[in-house]
Design a protein around this ligand. Sequence first.
Ligand SMILES: Cc1cc2nc3c(=O)[nH]c(=O)nc-3n(C[C@H](O)[C@H](O)[C@H](O)COP(=O)(O)OP(=O)(O)OC[C@H]3O[C@@H](n4cnc5c(N)ncnc54)[C@H](O)[C@@H]3O)c2cc1C
Length: 491
Amino acid sequence: MNCKNTLKKSPKLVVIGAGIAGVGAAGKLLTHGFTDIQIVEASSQPGGRIRSSLFGKSTVDEGAQYIHGASGKNPIFQLAKEHGLLQDTHDRVDPELSVLTNMQKQMDPDVTKEVKNLASSILKHAHLIAQQKQYTQANSLADVYLEEVKTLIAQWDGDHTDLRRQKLGLLSMLMKWQCDHLAAGSLSEVSVHVYEEYKHIEGHDRNSQGLFPNLLQKLLEIIPREKLLLNKPVQQILWNGSFESEDNSLYPIKVLCEDGGHILADHVILSISLGCLKANGQSLFQPRLPEQKLNAIQSMGFGTMNKIYLEFEAPFWDENTEVIGLVWEEETPLSCQEPNLTEWWKRVPVFYVVGPTGRYGHLLVGTISGKEAEFIESLSLQEVASSLTCLFRQFTGRSSLPELKNVFVTKWFSNPYTRGSYSHISINSTGDMIDLLTEPLPQATEGNGSPMLQLLFAGEATHRSHHSTTHGALLSGWREAERLIDLYSTK
Ligand SMILES: Cc1cc2nc3c(=O)[nH]c(=O)nc-3n(C[C@H](O)[C@H](O)[C@H](O)COP(=O)(O)OP(=O)(O)OC[C@H]3O[C@@H](n4cnc5c(N)ncnc54)[C@H](O)[C@@H]3O)c2cc1C
């Protein structure tokens, strides 16, 4: 055992949620000598937003798939390397974007690259542009993007009309793609400071299709099976109390489960998603959370990004294609701000080719965010398949393109234990709010002698600089475990 210090006493701990944050926290505590730990998980399996499903010839990732920043500075990359899980992974280095338009045209790759670079630069530097223009904290990414796009449009005055239409359509496609990265309904919901807070880890994005569930299994290996309670949704957390156990010991926390059972604890590490906190935050805690924390929960951004996996009998794309972009020539970034549920497929900006073919067959995966992403969860797979077959027939001009063989749509929004995909900094929030959400309770000032660190908050949304990622989630779990390790350390 890698036990750093000896413990003053062995407290009773409950970790709520067996996603990577909860599993990471429990693992660290166990290796530091804490023995009385119970992980309570609502679903029938651990992993949370790390989940794979059988589709076509193989399993595909419903949630996390990329290691963002494949370098030794990323704990996920480091752990995957230590466990020998990197063999089938590969860096995604500026993938070739092959763009088709609804007028059956293929966009010139040089034009695509130029416009993509311009859009990326605007988004990456949005906070600096906002600073120059003296925008306020409440300004959105859309405010900057749309303003800069106007300047670009003016510069393209001399272009042929068709080319201008394509470029504008591409800017609009890139905007939707950005929303997918942020799990946002629109860039107007996202703070202009989003990329000031979020810090990239050095290294490329590593496509790790299939790796995350294996990594989670490795992390679970050090957790005795009986410490993980599955199918046990937590209903309420009574804290700052005095609850007597059968052996007459007193505990400040009582965790009530939906099955009528309860668990007493000295400390609870809560790692449920921000979506669940938004939905249940008012009723989940007794006494209520402080108003400031409830306000942070409601103000922070959390949205839906779903994946649509498609299996084809034969590919319509070239062998070297990595990403297929779909541009609607009549669209401009200004014209596609409102949700369009009746034509939800217009919200899918790109389809990635899932390879290698030998393992996956002829597979594409599309991404979709916003209200349209929520909406498609209510459609039958047949409806999705037939709409997307029409879409590909329109874009390729091949009316004989066969029906899709198989379709699979993730449902992160209607999943009661995620209620969306991941967090972002919304126009109503700041990085400081993430710190506020993360602050353990009771706060030192209101403790009045009551036991410290009763409620600890982990999960991706609580990591200020790496929120929305698996590494952010894991680091957040480790961070909360460290708080308890420090509290009970004899040194
Ligand atoms: C579509 C999608 C794509 C993604 N792509 C990437 C990617 O490529 N790279 C990357 O790094 N990250 C990606 N992410 C984000 C990443 O998956 C998450 O940030 C991370 O897995 C979150 O882990 P977590 O432990 O914080 O939360 P979760 O995984 O959500 O774990 C929380 C757990 O709490 C449980 N729970 C909820 N309510 C209760 C309750 N009342 N009682 C008991 N248990 C409860 C849940 O069932 C869940 O198991 C993606 C996410 C999605 C949805």
